[in-house]
Structure formats: C-alpha cells, structure tokens
Design a protein around this ligand. Structure first.
Ligand SMILES: Cc1ncc(COP(=O)(O)O)c(C=O)c1O
Length: 392
C-alpha cells in the first residue's frame, strides 16, 4: 500500500489559478523530479508546458474549479441561511470530471522521468487504463495532448457516447466481457493488469496500480479546504461518492493538508448495490491501526453483480480503502451505503435546484447527505462534490 505523505500546507502566494502550480512543491512527482536534479523553476515550467498542451488539445486546461453555496438546494433541504449545501463543481474540469486531476500527476511524473533521462524517451511504452467512462476520457485526453499511445479497457456496457468520445480522442478501445475462467473481480482490471505485465504503463486512477494518481487527487481537497476557509465557512462534513476510493482519498488527504481549520468529517458514500467499503470498515475496525496489513481479510470483491444508477461507483473492490478509512477515521467521519431511491432523488434535486449538468454517479454524495440529513443542525455547512458532467 503506497500513501502520499504530505509535507507542508500549500503556500497561498503560489495560487495563481492552476492547482498544479499552486500545490506543486507539495507534490510527490515534484519531489521525485527535484531529487533527480530538476530545478523548482523547471518543474513549474513543465506543469505550464503540459497544461498548455492539454488546453490546446482539449479546449480547457487545469484551473481551480468553483465552490459555491447553493441557495435553492440548501432551502430544499431545510438549511437556514447560516448554513447550507456547498458544491464543488468539477464538471468543467479537463475531460469533464475530476479524474484528470489524478492522471495529470502521473503524466508529470512520466514526462519528468523522460526529460531527466531516467525513462526511455525514444520508445515510449503504451499507457493503459481500466475505466467505464470518466477516467478513460480523462486519460485519453491527456494522452492525446502529448501524443502518447493509450489502450483503454472498458466494460461491454460502456455508453456509446463514451466510446465515441474515446475514439475521437485517438484511444485504442478494448472491450472486456466477463470471461468464464476469470477470477473474481472486474474483467477490465484483469485485462489492464495483463497489459501492464506486458510492459504498459499503468495510467490508472487507482492508487494500488499507480500511487501517483493519489498525488493529483489531493488538489481537490486542497481547493475545497482553502475555498471554504476563504468564504469564512467551517464545513461540518464533506460527502464523497466512493467506488475505487481514490476520489475520497484525495479529498481527505487534501483537506487534511490545508490545516487551515478543523478537518471536516469525510463521509464516504457507496451504493447499497455495491458497498465493499461499508463491509470493510466494520472488519478494519477490529484490526485498528494494523488494518492495512490484513488486506485479504478486510477487502475482497463484492460477490453479487454490482447494481446502481450510479454506474461510476460500481467497483467490485474499493482499491484505495486504506486511504479512505484513514481519512474517515482522522476526521471523525463515516462510511455509508445509500439506497437507490436516494440516488435517484439526489440526481433530480441537482437538476431542479442548480444549473449543473450532472449524472447519477457524480451526485451520489448528495444521496449520502439526504440519508444523513437528520443528523445535521439546520445551520450546519456541508459540502458535496459534483464530480463529472452528464454525457448523454
Ligand atoms: C464522476 C465520478 N465521481 C466519482 C467517482 C468515484 O471515484 P473513485 O472510483 O476514485 O472512488 C467516479 C468514478 O468513476 C466518477 O466517475
């Protein structure tokens, strides 16, 4: 289990709008590049160069995304004007979701390694990712921006709109049905691991496959923590829809690193139709601080065919359970499973009370708030992250 260890609170004077420049000196890829002899200025220049390439290719580059109090949604949920629901809106991020945050840190690490002569620059190995949508689009966007060949391993039920987009971005699409002799677990992950075993680079949004994804994921928590502090708001809780768990890990790690105020409680939200982390949290509690040494006893693939309207969080396993549970524990948060009617209601509420174009995956955190609403005072401030744009 690899975890990114934070070093210092992000320096406010570096916040010029690009989270990867702002948070740069706190990042693991940056520490790697510096240790190999790249200057701090050259690290900043590399971020800007790759960000310019992404912007030229995709029309949008990395930027601090909006974090605002939602008046109509707060009112609909019975919060007073002293409190309410805050939304971190990542639907306008590179590739239409937060996933590019994870992958840009990997890309920076790879290109830095090439430039420093510690990775082959002439014969690039292919990139590989397993994903049912948002992560694949983010990966293909970043790979296309730097003309790096990529294979994306997708389930047979991947939406046609996603396939079309991947094709337009130049990715090679590999469809992965569940094979009869497959071991338990996601067939896309099996095919992805076979590719990595054959020499591909894991361009993954799952920490156990490539821990550098956890590096970039922290920008989300850093932004939320800093933006809430700037608004003079103490967030009681932040709800995070949780599939593989890198998203919730990044939010928790980033919030922890801001250190400007008491860390909000991290509430990891799973769909009742696929909730391996809820099961794991109960088992991990028995092992205490030693839980990560007991992987097989704590985390194993969800046995039934995962089902939910929130298809993006249907990971058989919460691969980054160690990072999520660490942040849940240190913030006094919790892990919950939500029923399908709440997931549907959350999606409906976002579309009727905001102008954000979201899908059920990216609003599933709100389903957690709906489920737990009774435990908050009407003047509490809580946050959700609407993490991906609707694609149909
Ligand atoms: C829009 C969106 N939000 C949140 C998540 C959950 O992220 P994680 O799998 O890291 O828990 C996903 C996963 O695919 C997603 O697509």
């Amino acid at each position: 289990v690899l975890r990114i260890v934070g070093t210092a609170a992000p320096r406010p004077d570096r916040n010029a709008g690009n989270p990867f420049v702002w948070f740069g000196p706190n990042m693991a890829w940056h520490a790697f590049a510096r240790a190999q002899g790249m200057t701090a200025l050259a690290c900043d220049a590399l971020v800007r160069e790759l960000d310019d390439a992404v912007r030229a290719f995709a029309g949008v580059g990395f930027h601090v995304t909006p974090f605002t109090r939602q008046a109509a949604l707060s009112h609909a949920l019975g919060f007073t004007s002293a409190g309410g629901v805050w939304i971190k809106d990542d639907t306008g991020n590179v590739g239409g979701s937060h996933k590019a945050r994870h992958l840009f840190a990997i890309l920076l690490h790879l290109v830095a390694a090439e430039r420093l002569g510690v990775a082959p620059a002439t014969s690039r190995p292919r990139l590989a990712i397993a994903s049912c949508g948002n992560a694949a689009i983010a990966a293909a966007t970043l790979a296309g921006a730097v003309q790096w060949p990529i294979d994306v391993f997708v389930p047979p039920w991947a939406k046609p709109a996603v396939r079309d987009r991947l094709g337009a971005l130049g990715a090679n699409i590999v469809t992965c049905p569940r094979l009869t002799d497959d071991p338990p677990g996601d067939p896309c992950i099996h095919r992805f691991r076979e590719a990595v075993d054959s020499g591909s680079v894991p361009f993954s949004v799952q920490g156990p496959e490539n821990a550098f994804c956890l590096d970039g994921g922290r920008t989300l928590g850093v932004e939320i923590g800093t933006q809430a502090a700037a608004a003079g708001v103490h967030l009681d809780s932040v709800f995070a829809q949780t599939g593989g768990g890198a998203f919730a890990t990044g939010i928790g790690d980033g919030l922890h690193e801001v250190r400007a105020a008491r860390m909000p409680k991290l509430v990891a939200v799973q769909a009742a139709g696929c909730a391996p982390l809820v099961r794991a949290a109960a088992v991990a509690a028995r092992f205490g601080a030693d839980a990560s040494r007991h992987w097989n006893e704590v985390m194993w693939p969800w046995e039934a065919e995962p089902k939910s309207l929130a298809t993006g969080i249907l990971d058989d396993e919460t691969y980054d359970w160690v990072g999520v549970l660490e942040n849940v524990d240190r913030s006094g948060g919790s892990v919950i499973a939500v029923a399908e009617p709440s997931i549907a209601r959350a999606l409906g509420l976002i579309s009727t009370t905001t102008t954000i174009q979201a899908d059920a995956t990216s609003t599933a955190g709100l389903a957690g708030l709906l489920t737990n609403r009774g435990s908050f005072h009407d003047d509490a401030n809580v946050a959700i992250v609407v993490s991906g744009v609707r694609r149909d």
